[in-house]
Design a protein around this ligand. Structure first.
Ligand SMILES: CC(C)(COP(=O)(O)OP(=O)(O)OC[C@H]1O[C@@H](n2cnc3c(N)ncnc32)[C@H](O)[C@@H]1OP(=O)(O)O)[C@@H](O)C(=O)NCCC(=O)NCCS
Length: 205
């Protein structure tokens, strides 16, 4: 028996064909997993996920392409994307709001002096759902918001069936939302960032 076959765990290392320089470069330039704020250049990828997640189901979506571009131009720092090998797999888009509760205006406006982050949309690409990605992305987003000194809380509106998901993420129900879209009604949910002031002061961000 040769030394190699006696040590089967070594085989893959010795038998793997050498990587081409292009493959090496791709591996170098496209990290397996990356979290970063979105840019207007990501708008099409965002919309593709929305198209599948919402338009194919209900005929409409939280943000249309021009609105995605609008918010990614105005407040890209309130978005977060999860990329796997350069491909967008999940995202959050937020903007600032300056009232206690959401109103119809909140769907289209960014209030630069507000201290509430209104999360317009969280969506995970179809093939990556039910793997914990939505929860992890929200968790990272909330941690990130703790580092923004002007943010005191974050709010969102969701349909009843997603209340358990957002509750698991730490959101509390505020009650029915005054905003309606077509025949859809929503519950408004809140996450208090102020409670993390100590963490913010001591996190070095
Ligand atoms: C909702 C969404 C963001 C959750 O992300 P995800 O990565 O699939 O979720 P996770 O794997 O982190 O968590 C799974 C939990 O989400 C909840 N959930 C996800 N989709 C749900 C659905 N359609 N109905 C009810 N609960 C759902 C459940 O609580 C589930 O927990 P369970 O596995 O114990 O049942 C994702 O399913 C999605 O993009 N859906 C389409 C777009 C959407 O509805 N976005 C939210 C409104 S803006």
């Amino acid at each position: 028996m040769s030394v190699i076959s006696a040590l089967p765990f070594l085989k893959p290392v010795h038998l793997r064909p050498p990587r081409s320089s292009a493959a090496r470069q791709r591996r170098h330039t496209l990290p397996a997993s990356e979290f970063r704020c979105l840019t207007p250049e990501d708008a099409i990828s965002v919309f593709e996920i929305e198209r599948e997640a919402f338009i194919s189901v209900s005929g409409d979506c939280p943000l249309h392409l021009d609105e995605i571009r609008h918010f990614l131009n105005l407040c890209p720092e309130l978005s977060l994307g999860w990329f796997e090998e350069g491909r967008l797999v999940a995202f959050i888009i937020g903007s600032l709001w300056d009232q206690d509760r959401l109103s119809q205006d909140a769907l289209t406006l960014h209030k630069p002096h507000g201290s509430t982050v209104h999360i317009h949309v969280l969506a995970v690409h179809r093939t990556f759902r039910q793997q914990g990605k939505g929860f992890i992305l929200m968790w990272r987003y909330l941690q990130y918001l703790c580092c923004l000194p002007y943010v005191r809380r974050t709010t969102l509106m969701c349909e009843d069936f997603l209340i358990p998901f957002y509750s698991k993420c730490g959101f509390k129900e505020l009650g029915p939302c005054e905003v309606t879209v077509g025949s859809l009604n929503f519950i408004e949910m809140n996450y208090d960032i102020c409670g993390h002031a100590f963490m913010r002061r001591n996190s070095g961000c």
